[in-house]
Design a protein around this ligand. Sequence first.
Ligand code: NAP
Length: 284
Amino acid sequence: MAEIIDGKKIAAQVKEEVRTEVEKLKAAGMKPGLAVVLVGNNPASRVYVSNKEKDCAECGFASYEYALPEETTEEELLELVRKLNDDSTVNGILVQLPLPKQICEQTILHAISPAKDVDAFHPENVGRIMIGDYQFLPCTPAGVIEMLDAMNIDINGKHCVVIGRSNIVGKPMGMLLLHRNGTVTICHSRTKDLAEQTRQADILVAAVGKAGFVTKDMVKPGAVVIDVGMNRNEAGKLVGDVCYDEVAEIASAITPVPGGVGPMTRAILMRNTLTAAKNQLKTK
Ligand code: NAP
């Protein structure tokens, strides 16, 4: 049976480290803070934003919430982003996605100051990740690496297969594994004979967005399986991309959903906010 990778526990350790550092900044007279912008009434986004506020409180950050109505225009949102870019009490800015259809997400994400871009979605930060000279790492892929490290799972020389090539998860995940000397294969919906690819994996990362997508026959016995997926099944329960019970029988280690990658994503956001605050302190 696979060892369960306890994302909640590892995330709590990361947040504790952040909290200690935030205390030091506060003792030096700084009040580090994160602005979270929510546009519209998406219930899932509402939950994500309130979780981020809880994490901020836990780590000692000030959190500034901006809840804008569904009909907000792109120009109105841009105006708020510019204001937050110029606000020295705000160290990190996060605009919760998805945005209502009248607003171009790219335009907004590109308007956030790269120094406050704690999601690491700005092209400057994306490019920096590519060349390995970064300030922020995208929260979910960085959370996965942190988990592997916490479990002493060596990436060096391992065959890592990522299913999914989104800008938020799959592509940066592949890049971070490559930076750690993994041999990386990124699969997607056009990949021919996907199971043939996934069965090669020493470390398999599923970021597809389809409940129960990865079955036992797609996994090499002894592989480490990381489930990024967050899906609702027919009963409304939160489930991952991996058929957990059957894959856990043959994997050497596996992340559960919930309690795996999700809490890590939140913890890395806190660490990125700390990094932003420290960097801004240095440049003052
Ligand atoms: P996305 O943008 O929809 O990307 C999904 C990827 O899966 C795409 O690259 C797609 O390929 C690929 N895919 C879809 N069907 C496939 C198939 N049949 N065979 C192989 N590949 C296939 O999703 P995302 O934003 O990356 O998120 C993925 C999942 O992770 C979602 O469940 C999301 O909720 C979850 N997530 C979790 C966290 C967390 O903190 N735990 C954070 C972010 C996302 P194409 O590119 O060819 O279409």
